[in-house]
Design a protein around this ligand. Sequence first.
Ligand code: ZN
Length: 150
Amino acid sequence: MADLRELYQQVILDHNRSPRNYKRLPDASHTAEGTNPLCGDEITVYVLLEDDVIKDVGFQGSGCAISQASASLMTSAVKGRGTDEAEQLFRAFHDMVTAGPDAPADSKALGKLAALAGVRQFPARVKCANLPWHTLHAALTGVHEPVSTE
Ligand code: ZN
């Protein structure tokens, strides 16, 4: 088993310590809540959508370093993008964290999100990393029940 410390790279530590877009959007057009009962992660994602473009995005919640860093990286990555681009990133991210341990991360498409590639060696952590994305997806598709990774 790989050393857990390898997972907590600089990027993840940085985003956990000072999360980007950690805010409630009072004028959000779309919101959703998500939970990962396995780990105790909770998140609310706020999106301000205008003409299918994510004008602004924020999140609030509590949980482990992976879920918080993933939410921070995700909001940074999707801000200013079209909803179709955001969904493409979601798929690329999901493929990355569920791929075999030796599969190369598509860092060109994923950018900084590739920092989370290491979670695929820790199956329990994959849900932590995916939670913000599932919650964003729920917000964009108008799901009103809280999403759960279980
Ligand atoms: Zn977690």
